[in-house]
Design a protein around this ligand. Structure first.
Ligand code: ADP
Ligand code: MG
Length: 448
């Protein structure tokens, strides 16, 4: 590894327009990638991890410019373009997002992509050898014998044999096809490979083989890798550093061992807690994330994870049990979204009642049960508000209930966007909790 990164992604955004009507008027945007930044050094593997839909594939295709990014820079210091500084107008000569056709063609030689589904990435009518050799032809190698020799050699290096050159894609298993996809990605001798869930479609036993192949090839070809996966245990096997993504943003980044042993962001903690332990009898606390992933077209204010975060911060004047606070906010948000089915709750309450319609008290208590809230909150004022809001809910005054809950229960996490906190050694996370800890450390040292 050298000090100079091979790839520097800066504040990269990809927003998909949401249009409406015959004239395709733009009414909004899905902020699939919303300002991500990271570096990848030569010979390094950076993992990009997060739940499905958080923007990993969009990030990959925007970096490689299969899609046009909305904003930001992707600076690639390939080959003889290394070392140049900025143009007088502030743009960077190595910014992939500004490359013209010719520069893009050169970039497409230096940066290759490997996809999840090996079946769809080959033309079924072409032998796999000619599929790979075609890349050499496109980039100007006219000597047929030479092309064949290079491809045969590569097939052997990825664990297949030279004679596989003349076979067709359907003759290979999924794992073998992924080996062929790797051979094709390597044939132009790239500096960077972006691998988007390259083992997710494979059996677990095959996954391990392909992961160790990627590891070997990386060493042999001195590759930098952006390795995308939703699976933390796969990330751990192959990555030097990890970036954790949530709803279009990177919430934590750092060295793999550091992220696994000392995770800072509550979202990272939750992802880690869901990895199966090697010993199924071993005990570990499972962190359950409530609620669904919000839409990237309307992301939550402040910290985007606050709608699901188990550690969501309480206002200064409140000191409930943390789990109760989380559930109280869940109730608040469901009421605000008009997503509480009072009739269903009445019916559920009815099951426990013998005669006729359940009383308001019973329904209110049933709402608490369904949201896992205690019969009385430990804080009298919070209890008063909750009880009034439930009263309104039962009286079908949903707007009134929402107003009460929204007015009384507010988390600092929705009021400001967290800045990156530096934990040292390139480990950063974006969480209001860490911001506050950092602030209080600074205050106490200032006092000394
Ligand atoms: P991941 O790879 O992490 O599963 P994606 O990058 O595929 O996530 O998707 C991120 C978000 O962008 C999702 O909400 C998805 O619905 C949205 N998205 C992806 N592609 C498009 C598109 N072409 N048009 C509109 N929205 C899209
Ligand atoms: Mg994807």
């Amino acid at each position: 590894m050298t000090d100079e990164p091979l790839l520097s992604v800066r504040n990269l955004k990809k927003h998909y327009p949401i249009t409406k009507g015959l004239l395709s008027r733009q009414v909004g945007a899905a902020k699939a990638v919303d300002g991500i930044s990271f570096d990848i050094h030569r010979g390094e593997t950076l993992g990009l991890v997060g739940e499905s839909g958080c923007g990993k594939s969009t990030a990959a295709s925007s970096i490689i410019r299969l899609e046009e990014p909305t904003d930001g820079e992707v600076i690639f210091n390939g080959g003889d373009r290394a070392g140049r500084t900025r143009n007088p107008d502030g743009t960077h000569p190595n910014d992939v997002t500004r490359f013209d056709k010719k520069e893009l063609k050169a970039f497409r030689r230096d940066a290759q992509m490997v996809f999840q589904d090996p079946s769809s990435s080959f033309d079924p009518r072409m032998t796999i050898g000619s599929s790979i050799a075609e890349m050499l032809l496109v980039h100007g190698m006219t000597d047929r014998q030479r092309r064949r020799a290079i491809v045969e050699d590569l097939l052997e290096r990825v664990g297949l044999s030279a004679s596989d050159y003349d076979r067709y894609p359907h003759e290979f298993s999924g794992g073998q096809k992924q080996r062929i996809a790797l051979a094709r990605a390597l044939v132009l001798n790239p500096d960077l490979i972006v691998a988007d869930e390259p083992v997710s479609a494979l059996d677990v036993s095959i996954q391990a083989e392909i992961l160790s192949l990627i590891d070997e090839l990386q060493e042999e070809f001195d590759l930098s890798l952006l390795f995308i996966s939703h699976d933390m245990s796969v990330i751990r096997k192959i990555c030097d550093r990890v970036a954790v993504m949530y709803l279009g943003e990177i919430v934590e980044i750092g060295e793999t061992e550091e992220i696994f042993s000392n995770p800072q962001h509550p979202y990272t903690e939750a992802l880690l807690s869901s990895i199966p332990l090697p010993d199924p009898r071993a005990e570990r606390e499972q962190i359950e994330l409530t609620g669904t992933v919000p839409s990237p077209s309307n992301p939550p204010s402040g910290c985007r994870f606050h709608t699901r975060c188990p550690k969501v911060i309480q206002p200064d004047d409140l000191d409930l049990e943390q789990a109760t606070w989380r559930r109280l906010l869940n109730l608040r948000d469901r009421v605000a979204a008009d997503d509480v089915d009072i009739e269903q709750i009445q019916e559920n309450a009815l099951v426990d009642e013998d005669d006729g319609r359940p009383s308001n008290e019973v329904i209110k208590s049933q709402i608490r049960t369904e949201f896992d809230l205690p019969e009385t909150l430990s804080d009298p004022q919070a209890e008063e508000t909750l009880s009034q809001a439930l009263e309104k809910l039962v009286a079908d005054d949903r707007a009134g209930a929402a107003e009460l809950l929204n007015g009384a229960f507010v988390t600092p996490c929705e009021q400001s966007v967290p800045e990156d906190t530096d934990h040292g050694g390139g480990h950063r996370s974006a969480c209001i909790l860490h911001e506050r800890e950092q602030d209080s450390i600074e205050l106490s040292t200032a006092d000394d």
